[in-house]
Design a protein around this ligand. Structure first.
Ligand code: CA
Ligand code: CA
Length: 581
């Protein structure tokens, strides 16, 4: 017996064993167990990150460093229309269908063999949406008969994956206050778990869990100290301690947007969510560490209670959102096998923590320059460089300082990958700085809340982007590939000794995972800022990526915009394979 029914049954059995509780049954289609097994099931791509731990690694090796030079397009499918902005999505592949989200909160289902469109859903967005950094979306989540994605007006929409018809549609938060949503949802134990966007508007970051079948809220966890969490409609404890790291009422508009979503680690049964910048950007207006902004949080998926936190940029003054994905991995450190997690932070440091308790293991620079801190001490605190902080403004524009990385980060949203074969993390990074200054600002609902200004600048003659292979045990960069324009796309690594990533110049590229040698490239017609995936279908290996230039860089790039002024917009899914011999 094969097919969806048997898969559902075996999923139920596995869940019952794993949880010792009543199983959550999906009506055909991927189950909880299937999602947890996604990294191992090479015939599909069911989760953002290609597994709940988001390693973005596939063991497939039919396409490999010996033959990738022959790879050719299988087909391309256009997103059509006039709504072509940054296409930052990662495709989901299931049962002969490729699901991709597009700019302006659109979701498409394409035939995985022919590229023909099966259906398209366009969210009806109100005029007043306030996305800070382009009208992007990073991908969907699949579960049972549903495909689910977040929209720019801060809603979560579940569609029937066969028809595109709406099953439920729930508000996450009020877009009129500055909230929006762009991350791919995470599904764990029958709950769809999301963050929120809006850190530039003085919103309050939170992580929310909803029933995947109804969209009803199960728990709500604000990530700023002082706010009350809820579980099944009842109070469930204040986050942190009121006024411990925030003065007065500043916590009420403290920011900390959880805008990139999270990862889940079945080994420790913990959710990991990063939190964004404290609001406003002007750090002199909010003395203190401002917990839990610019941090990684471990959260109990059953209750939404925070189990541990680690703050990567205490009292951030540079918009160093700590949202970057925290990736669980196991390694032996000083002869001791450990359950670890890694994060390449916007602040330019690559962190390794003990993921069971958040204990600091190491932080190593993965960019050319960090002007705000010079390394981290053994306690996990940055050796702060006081002159690196933009000074208080007084009554007018404050004195600018040069800061590096720029606020767009040593690494921004684009996800890194972790190879089970090489043990290396592949980080899509950027070397750039900025002049930044502070200004006076007062909070006003629904208005930008920065109190700062900036101009981004180049710091190297030959590149901004750099794909870097990081050894998490030593903190050494094993190889790097330099790119003229800023890198803004996700990374994939495979058992074929390959690393894939896209460039704004329009190429999807393949590199030797051990040496970094460039082995293949293909011009997709617009900038590649999506995340590539791979899967096996009808006995052949496929690679897919979205093409379509946009995102935060062309909006905020300042002087570095020279490096990408000739790149055209687009919106297409590209699928590749080896030619039949
Ligand atoms: Ca899979
Ligand atoms: Ca931010």
């Amino acid at each position: 017996m094969k097919g969806p029914i048997m898969r559902a049954l075996s999923g139920v059995a596995a869940m019952t064993l794993a949880m010792g509780a009543a199983p959550l049954v999906a009506q055909g289609g991927p189950t909880d167990a299937d999602l947890m097994n996604d990294a191992k099931s090479t015939g599909d791509v069911l989760t953002y990150g290609m597994g709940p731990q988001a390693h973005r690694f596939s063991s497939l090796n039919a396409i490999n460093s010996g033959n990738v030079a022959k790879m050719v397009p299988a087909f391309s499918a256009s997103l059509g229309g006039e709504k072509q902005r940054g296409q930052e999505a990662q495709p989901i592949v299931y049962d002969g269908t490729i699901y991709v989200t597009g700019s302006y909160s659109r979701l498409f289902a394409f035939d995985a063999r022919t590229g023909e469109e099966k259906w398209q859903y366009d969210a009806r967005l109100p005029d007043g949406i306030m996305p800070c950094c382009d009208v992007v979306n990073r991908g969907a989540a699949i579960y049972g008969d549903k495909i689910i994605f977040a929209t720019l007006d801060a809603r979560l929409v579940a569609l029937n994956r066969n028809t595109g018809k709406v099953i439920w549609n729930k508000q996450i938060a009020d877009y009129k206050e500055g909230y929006s949503a762009t991350a791919a949802p995470l599904i764990v134990n029958g709950m769809v778990i999301t963050g929120n966007s809006g850190g530039e508007f003085g919103i309050v970051g939170s992580v929310d869990a909803r029933d995947v079948n109804t969209g009803e809220l199960i728990w709500h966890r604000p990530v700023i100290e002082g706010h009350m969490g809820t579980l099944k409609g009842k109070d469930n404890g204040i986050t942190g301690k009121l006024n411990a790291t925030w003065q007065g009422d500043l916590w009420k508009s403290g920011g900390g947007a959880t805008w990139l979503g999270g990862t889940y680690d079945p080994d420790t049964n913990l959710l990991f969510f990063g939190t964004g910048n404290p609001a406003p950007w002007n750090s002199h207006l909010r003395p203190g560490d401002n917990l839990y902004t610019a941090s990684t949080l471990a959260i109990d998926p059953a209750t939404g209670v925070i189990k541990w936190h680690y703050q990567t940029t205490p009292h951030d003054g540079w918009d160093f959102d700590g949202v970057n994905e925290f990736i669980p991995f196991d390694a032996t450190i000083n002869g001791k096998p450990m359950k670890l997690g890694a994060k390449a932070d916007r602040n330019g440091y690559f962190f390794v923590l003990d993921r069971t308790n958040g204990k600091f293991i190491s932080a190593n620079k993965f960019v050319m320059q960090t002007t705000w801190a010079n390394g981290f001490n053994k306690a996990g605190k940055p050796n702060v460089i006081p002159e690196g902080r933009p000074p208080a403004p007084g009554d007018a524009k404050g004195k600018p300082v040069f800061a590096s990385p720029s606020f767009l980060g040593g690494k921004n949203w684009m996800p890194m990958a972790y190879s089970h074969d090489t043990g290396l993390f592949y980080i899509p990074s950027n070397d750039w700085g900025m002049d930044i200054w502070n200004e006076p600002i007062a909070y006003k609902k629904g208005a930008a809340y920065l109190g700062a200004g900036f101009t981004i600048k180049s710091i190297a003659d030959d590149h901004i982007g750099a794909l870097r292979a990081m050894d998490p045990k030593t903190g050494k960069i094993m190889w790097e590939y330099k790119n003229k324009a800023p890198l803004w796309g996700g990374v994939l690594t495979t058992g074929g000794n390959l690393v894939f990533t896209g460039t704004p110049e329009g190429f999807l590229k393949a590199f030797d995972a051990k040496t970094g040698q460039e082995l293949w490239k293909f011009q997709t017609g617009s900038g590649v800022v999506g995340s590539p995936v791979t899967w096996e279908q009808d006995g052949e290996q496929y690679v897919a990526v979205m093409s379509g230039w946009g995102g935060a860089v062309p909006l905020w790039g300042g002087e570095v915009a020279k490096s990408f002024k000739d790149i055209n917009q687009g919106g297409a899914l590209w699928v590749f394979k080896l030619p039949k011999s």
